[in-house]
Design a protein around this ligand. Structure first.
Ligand code: ATR
Length: 272
């Protein structure tokens, strides 16, 4: 029987993951099947169990089930524990369920792909939810001089920064506390999905700065539309999506697919 994988989420109809993994499988000659499964809000555990009973060997987990997936696993990786979320499920040889989180490493690899150097640079991160939590450890590993987290609910940013204070120079607060210029500004809020822009002050981009949105859309997000005329170089979340998928594929199949050709295919489906 062909090994089966899936992305579990809600909504999941527009997910690019089936396309990405089909390309990886084709490229590496791996015999596998990958589908998208839309899971009703309260049925994550039963949906996974049903899929595993039908030969599911692993899955990607997306919004809003990453925390539930974390709770369901028998064992989780160090990076999943830090993120308190699982985006990759793997069935072990003994039938036990192992959970990992490849989102943060996906972001770090995408930055590396675009030669965005973080060492000794100032980084501003917008948002303090699950997406940002998952990204902090790999970002701090690049040794920026400082990471500042700004969030609508300031206390969430402060407490998130406290959780990672053992790994580097990191602080958090509200948007009104943003001070000075940054070399990289990452939008990790879900505001982009609603077409909203966080209340950002002028003058946050240093010369040669990058603006990175973890989201992507067929058009540039409102954050990137705001950042472009202010001189920042722009990156959206498409590369991160491909890189986190490549890491999941590696965990399942022990083969590392090439990401550049898949980036190309996905980019062509957008309008810019
Ligand atoms: P995810 O798992 O995608 O990170 P989340 O944990 O719900 O989702 O976090 C969403 C983030 O986007 C939060 O930082 C949220 O700010 P609050 O903590 O104040 O709620 C932020 N966010 C969502 N909509 C926003 C908006 N319209 N403007 C600014 N920030 C927004």
């Amino acid at each position: 029987m062909t090994d089966r994988y899936a992305v579990l989420g809600n909504p999941v109809t527009h997910s690019k993951s089936p396309l990405i993994h089909a390309e990886f499988a084709h490229q590496t000659g791996e015999a596998m099947e990958y589908t998208a499964i839309e899971v009703p809000q309260d049925e994550f555990a039963s949906a996974w169990q049903a899929f595993a009973a039908q030969g599911g060997r692993g899955a990607n987990v997306t919004v809003p089930f990453k925390e539930e997936a974390f709770a369901l696993c028998d064992t989780t990786s160090h990076r999943a524990k830090r993120a308190k979320a699982v985006n990759t499920l793997i069935v072990g040889g003994n039938g036990r369920l192992y959970g990992d989180n490849t989102d943060g490493v996906g972001l770090a690899r995408d930055l590396e792909y675009h030669r965005v150097v973080l060492k000794d640079k100032r980084v501003l991160i917008l948002g303090a939810g699950g997406a940002v939590r998952g990204a902090l450890e790999p970002l701090l590993a690049e040794m920026p001089s400082e990471i500042v987290i700004a969030n609508r609910t300031a206390e969430k940013a402060t407490s998130l920064a406290r959780d990672f204070a053992d790994l580097g120079n990191i602080s958090g607060g509200g948007y009104d506390a943003i001070d000075g210029e940054f070399d990289l500004v990452i939008n990790g809020t879900s505001a982009s999905l609603k077409g909203d822009l966080p209340p950002l002050p002028e003058g946050i981009f240093a010369k040669g700065a990058w603006a990175y949105d973890m989201m992507y859309d067929v058009e540039p997000t409102v954050f990137l539309q705001w950042a472009g005329p202010r001189g920042a170089k722009l990156l959206d979340g498409l590369g991160m999506l491909v890189e986190q998928a490549a890491e999941a594929f590696f965990l399942w199949r022990n083969v590392r697919p090439k990401t550049a050709p898949v980036r190309e295919i996905l980019r062509q489906s957008l309008n810019y």
